[in-house]
Each structure stands twice: as structure tokens, then as C-alpha cells.
Design a protein around this ligand. Structure first.
Ligand code: AMP
Length: 526
């Protein structure tokens, strides 16, 4: 039987793990690194690069190097997060035919699942090289706070990469699985996961091989990149003050600043002060200009305190939803590279009244949990029972633009809930149902997952027909809808046309295009 892998598809870095002789192993890439940058690039001569190779040439090829595409996946082009990315990213983000954001490089507009697939394919390749055999099946993790479209799009990315996605698992849950591996203790734990682009917090209860998520909360657009951006703004302001030169319009300078800001931030986790040095960052008639700015930990902390406070607000909501008090949590696990920052560690310790557990590697623990889950889904033996929750409420739009919740957030999945619909007009033969996910009472403020028209309702007085519409959330957190006319027992087959996701035909087309590209590469056409 071929091996199953666990992949943590991160905003900044990705990681792959496998179980070997019952022990989780993080697989290093060819360069010996256990994480691979989630970056994809096309060079001026048409070569496609992924991971470290893409990162290494980002400064000189910033317009054609894609990073942080996870921030765009499964969103609509008009979403505020996408509009913010358009302002911030050096690459071009354009509107796709499904109203989805696409990234234009090398004369082609790539869908976000396609970009995700390039990273997943690389992780698959890393695993295959290490294991010496082909790998077909994987568990892929997503932020707990991803909505249905984001999950569906990640699954599509897996399919495009040639993977059979056994399960989509929430990142903090995967971290808890890794923490609880081979432990018998009963514990309530909090997983605080602050990565490059997303923030999640989950409160879980573990006992006797059962891992139950009590509540989860998060923000899919908050992470280390927000820290970096604040540092970049600071450096831009300082440089402008010193040299009267505004670097904001210079794509190459901005990319260099972004890299330097991230490096300074990471260095300041271990030191009190650093110097940011960028020679030849600009030039004017008087000659070249060099950037040299001192940054100390205190200044950094004041620049990012707002972001750290935002994570604590979300943590408060999660604790409230779990029905516990912060002090009831016995173990705190930190996940994601950004939790290496002392200010973040201190804020979390103050919030829970205890310091975090030291035994897990925040960069690798999610992939390890995914690998354990992958193995347990394919092995015969008794394994962990995982009870996860849906992060967002699910419901429909009702008359007057209201949102009627059918499944509340933090409900254990899988779950199926029905609702009886009827007609409002005499002899009405069809009803339109808009499926929404989110927490606002106002329908328009939630994410529209899709809409469908239920037809063939038998002629009757208004209010008489009884149509049972069932909403399902599966173990991956993916939603589907079915409907039944109670009078006739006839089941209507309904597809929710998810907005922004790819159709099966589009996915097939992408896979075929890719195969052509690979053949072209092998034959040396490109
Ligand atoms: P992840 O998505 O988990 O790979 O986290 C990546 C984020 O963690 C990036 O924003 C990194 O800049 C940040 N990060 C990594 N190491 C450190 C560190 N030592 N101190 C502060 N931030 C870090």
C-alpha cells in the first residue's frame, strides 16, 4: 500500500510529514530544510520555480514571484482582503470569470487553487524523493477559520496537484493531535496558532483517545505579514525623513525592505537591537543612497502591539464560546513562526495565566498532526477519535435581508440539519435559497456560499407545501445541501454553485493544461 502524507500548506512556508514505524517524521527537502517557502515564480526565460528557488530570486523578479497566495484562495475578487492584497503585492491580481482573484504572471492568469497546487506538488515530490515511492493520498491542513469556499478551493488545489485528499484538517486541531500523540492524559488545551498570514485559536479537550474541539475562532487575514508590513512602513518613513526620498513606488526597493523587515523582526526575537542595512536602495543626482536604520525590540513592540491585541480579542471570544474560563486551560500550545516573538509569548502567557508548553516545534507540529491523522484514516487499528467543529454559522437569507442561522458556529461536525421551507405565493412552483456562512444578522454581510432554485413544487395554496432542505457539513468542514418534498417524498438533487470555486470541468482543464506543460518541458519546447 502506498504511503499517506500530511501537508501543512502554510501562507509563508509549507511542511510535509509521514509516519515511519509509528513515529512521525518531518521530511526535509533537497536543500535539507524541513519547511519550504510557499512561493511560486516564473523567470523571464519561462522557467517555473517553487519554494527556495522561487524565494531566492524574488527581489529581482518581484512582479513574477507569488507569495502569500493563501490569503486569496477561496475569496471573491471584491472581498476587502483581496483589495488589500492588490495594494500590497508586487504581482498583478486580476478578476477571474468566477469573480475569483487570479494572479497574472508570464502572460497567464493563474487561479489560486493552481498556485496552491504548485506548492502541494512540490511537497508531494519532496515526500516521494524521500520515501522512494509514489505518493497518492494526503491530509492537508487549513486554518480553522477557513470558510467552505476556502476549504473547497484547497481541496481543488490538492486534486490539481494529483493528490487524493483524504481529509481537510484544521491546523490547530492537527497541532493538538501531534501534542496528544501517545499521551493518555486528560487535559484541556488551547492552541494559539499565529502563522505568516492567518491566526487561529482552538480550545480542546483530550481524554482517552478522544480529541474534542470545544470552540475555535480566528482571523484568516492576520499574521506575521502584518507585523512585517508595519516595520516596512516604519522604515519607509524613517528613510524619507533622513533622505527625503519616498521608496513607496519602487517595487524592487519594497521587496528588499520586506525581506529586511522580516529578518529584523525574527532577529529581534533573540536580540534587543538590530541594524537594518540596505546599500544602494535608491539614487538621486547626488549619487547612490544607502538605508541604515537601527531598530530595537521596544520600537518593534510598539509598532505591532495593535496586531497582538487583536489576537487576544479573538482569544477572548474563543474562550467564551468554549464555556470555560481562560484559567481552566491546563496547557497552551504555540503554533506558527510568529509565536516565536517574545511579545506574543508574553501576551499569551498573561492571557491564560501560564506559560506555553515548550515541547513542540511551532513550524512542524501541524504537518506532524496531519501525518498522524492521515495514517489513522488509512489504518485498521483503533486510533484517535477526532471531534472538530465548524468555525462559522451556516444558514440562509430570509425575507427582508435577514440571516437565519441553521447550524451555529462551534457545532461538532459532521452535522446535518434540516429546515422546512414553504411558499409565499399561490401555486408557486419554485423557491430560491441563498446559502450563507458567517456571524452577521444581516444576510449581505455574510459569505454567500452559493444559491439554488428549488423547482417542481406541486401547485398548492401558499404556505402548504413542505420542503425539507438539509444542510450537511462533512468532517472536512465542507457544506452540501439537499432537498425533499415531504408530500411526495421526492428528493430534489441540488448543487450549490459555490461562488469563486472552480467547476469540475475547469479543474480537469487545468490538469490537462499542466500535463501539456510538463510534456512540453520534457521535450524541451519551452
Ligand atoms: P508560518 O506560517 O508558521 O511558517 O509562520 C511564518 C511567520 O513566522 C512569518 O511571518 C515569519 O516572519 C514568522 N517568524 C518565523 N520565525 C520567527 C521569529 N524567530 N520571530 C518572529 N517571527 C518569526
Amino acid at each position: 500500500m502506498s504511503r499517506v502524507i500530511g501537508i501543512d500548506l502554510g501562507t509563508t512556508n509549507s511542511c510535509v510529514a509521514v509516519l515511519e514505524n509509528g513515529q512521525p517524521t518531518v521530511i526535509p527537502n533537497a536543500g535539507g530544510y524541513k519547511t519550504t517557502p510557499s512561493m511560486f515564480a516564473i523567470t523571464p526565460d519561462g522557467k517555473r520555480l517553487v519554494g527556495h528557488l522561487a524565494k531566492r530570486q524574488a527581489i529581482t523578479n518581484s512582479k513574477h514571484t507569488i507569495f502569500a497566495s493563501k490569503r486569496l484562495i477561496g475569496r471573491r475578487f471584491d472581498a476587502p482582503e483581496v483589495q488589500r492584497s492588490i495594494d500590497l503585492c508586487p504581482y498583478d491580481i486580476v478578476r477571474g470569470p468566477n469573480d475569483d482573484p487570479r494572479i497574472e504572471i508570464g502572460g497567464k492568469a493563474f487561479t489560486c487553487p493552481e498556485i496552491g497546487a504548485t506548492i502541494l506538488r512540490e511537497m508531494k515530490r519532496v515526500a516521494e524523493e524521500y520515501l522512494g515511492e509514489p505518493v497518492q493520498e494526503a491530509v492537508i491542513t487549513v486554518p480553522a477559520y477557513f470558510n467552505d469556499t476556502q476549504r473547497q478551493s484547497t481541496k481543488d488545489a490538492g486534486k490539481i496537484a494529483g493528490l487524493d485528499v483524504l481529509r481537510i484538517v484544521n491546523e490547530p486541531t492537527a497541532a493538538a493531535i501531534a501534542y496528544g500523540f501517545n499521551k493518555q492524559s486528560e487535559e484541556r488545551i488551547a492552541v494559539f496558532d499565529l502563522g505568516g498570514g492567518t491566526f487561529d485559536i482552538s480550545i480542546l479537550e483530550m481524554s482517552d483517545g478522544v480529541i474534542e474541539v470545544l470552540a475555535t475562532a480566528g482571523d484568516t487575514f492576520l499574521g506575521g505579514e502584518d507585523f512585517d508590513r508595519r516595520i516596512v512602513q516604519y522604515l519607509l518613513d524613517q528613510f524619507q525623513q533622513q533622505e527625503s526620498i519616498d521608496l513607496r513606488g519602487d517595487a524592487m526597493a519594497l521587496q528588499r525592505l520586506k525581506d529586511a523587515a522580516e529578518k529584523a523582526k525574527c532577529d529581534l526575537s533573540g536580540r534587543e537591537q538590530v541594524e537594518v542595512n540596505l546599500p544602494f536602495i535608491a539614487s538621486d543626482p547626488d549619487g547612490p543612497r544607502h538605508l541604515s536604520i537601527q531598530l530595537d525590540r521596544q520600537t518593534l513592540e510598539s509598532l505591532v502591539s495593535e496586531v497582538v491585541n487583536a489576537t487576544l480579542k479573538t482569544a477572548e471570544q474563543c474562550v467564551r464560546d468554549s464555556g470555560l474560563e481562560a484559567g481552566d486551560v491546563e496547557q497552551v500550545i504555540l503554533v506558527g513562526g510568529q509565536t516565536r516573538m517574545p511579545l506574543v509569548q508574553q501576551a499569551v502567557a498573561d492571557f491564560f495565566g501560564k506559560r506555553a508548553h515548550k515541547g513542540v516545534n511551532p513550524d512542524e507540529v501541524v504537518a506532524v498532526g496531519a501525518a498522524i491523522q492521515a495514517e489513522s484514516l488509512t489504518s485498521e487499528e483503533d486510533s484517535v477519535l477526532l471531534l472538530d467543529v465548524t468555525p462559522l454559522s451556516l444558514g440562509i437569507a430570509t425575507f427582508g435581508g435577514h440571516f437565519a442561522q441553521l447550524i451555529e458556529r462551534n457545532t461538532t461536525v459532521p452535522v446535518r440539519k434540516g429546515h422546512i421551507f414553504t411558499t409565499t405565493r399561490e401555486n408557486q412552483s419554485a423557491v430560491k435559497i441563498r446559502v450563507l456562512q458567517g456571524e452577521s444578522d444581516v444576510a449581505a454581510e455574510n459569505d454567500l456560499l452559493g444559491e439554488f432554485v428549488l423547482t417542481g413544487i406541486r401547485p398548492a395554496n401558499k404556505g402548504e407545501p413542505e420542503i425539507d432542505v438539509s444542510f450537511d457539513i462533512d468532517a472536512n468542514g465542507i457544506v452540501s445541501v439537499s432537498a425533499r418534498d415531504l408530500a411526495t417524498g421526492k428528493e430534489q438533487s441540488i448543487t450549490v454553485n459555490a461562488t469563486g470555486t472552480l467547476s469540475d470541468e475547469e479543474i480537469q482543464q487545468i490538469i490537462e493544461d499542466q500535463e501539456l506543460y510538463e510534456v512540453a518541458l520534457k521535450e524541451g519546447v519551452e
